[in-house]
Design a binder for this molecule. Sequence first.
Ligand SMILES: Cc1cc2nc3c(=O)[nH]c(=O)nc-3n(C[C@H](O)[C@H](O)[C@H](O)COP(=O)(O)OP(=O)(O)OC[C@H]3O[C@@H](n4cnc5c(N)ncnc54)[C@H](O)[C@@H]3O)c2cc1C
Length: 307
Amino acid sequence: MAGGMTSTMFRPRTVGEAVEMLAAAHDSGAAVALLGGGTDLVPALRSGERSAEAVIALRRVLELRVRGAGADSLTIGAGATYTDLAGWSLSPGLARAARVVGSVQIRNTGTVGGALGSVRPAGDLLTFLTAADAEVLTASPRGPDRMSLPHFLADGLAPDALVTAVRLARPGGPQVYLKIGERQAAYPAVVSCAVLVDRVRHRLTCAIGGVGMLPARMGQAERYARDEVDWSTGTVSPPTARRFGDLVVEEAARVAPALPAGPRGSVEYRWHAAGVLAGRAFARCLHHLTAPAAGDPARGSAAGGQR
Ligand SMILES: Cc1cc2nc3c(=O)[nH]c(=O)nc-3n(C[C@H](O)[C@H](O)[C@H](O)COP(=O)(O)OP(=O)(O)OC[C@H]3O[C@@H](n4cnc5c(N)ncnc54)[C@H](O)[C@@H]3O)c2cc1C
């Protein structure tokens, strides 16, 4: 599998076994890789971009596929696939983000753990989880642990640890996820945007993927929304969504480290696209807030490469 080099494949059945295998491989000094669905790792091993003497395949670890709901939170196992999430009624925003990932094959195979392990700058799940203030649950020889998503993204995982799950708050209001891709259903997004509203805490969060090396929160726009939304009715004055989008453009331009210009869009195009998506997602969320029973306008947004 590994570009001419042979890897030994391990197939644990429990998280405990996976941790033991990971620790043993790590202690022996072997280059080791965790394998979720393999949509990112297998091409990287084949091309030689990555190499591994030991590969620990997590697919048979059934406890990693569990999804659970507590009074206030949702827990999603690292082995859950996008298809597992796509129909999950407990988190419609997350389900929407999962439904617009890649092709059906990628959705059936790609996992939550792999999305965190790959850290794509505009990864659909990563952008959504950034807006959702998610926590990352891990396991290592030192036992289970948890950390905030920004901490996980900044520091990475210890070499003998794996992601077991992510945890996020139950939705507290409307959630909209939008992305712009070069070709629908074939590639990861160029720019992605998640807006989540919490009616109880009078809070709106917004994350943008595709402008920085990691999805980034738009704190200035979030504060503007907190002050401008009439939380008793869930309404805003008409220019507010435009101003929200403008603030996101300004903030996207300040995200550091910035994602350099590439074949998939100039830097300026991505800032502009971030503002358009954010303004639209904001307006849709507040429409939901005003008239929650009026259907889901975000479903009709699949035109022109934007979903
Ligand atoms: C054609 C194509 C289209 C795609 N489209 C999209 C798209 O639209 N949106 C999008 O967001 N992504 C897309 N992707 C990227 C990819 O599918 C996702 O990043 C996916 O979530 C990766 O999951 P996986 O299980 O396949 O990961 P793998 O390939 O198995 O692993 C990826 C990385 O994560 C690590 N890893 C896996 N599991 C764990 C764990 N439990 N703990 C710690 N580390 C772990 C691996 O070691 C590896 O470094 C696309 C990829 C392809 C090839």
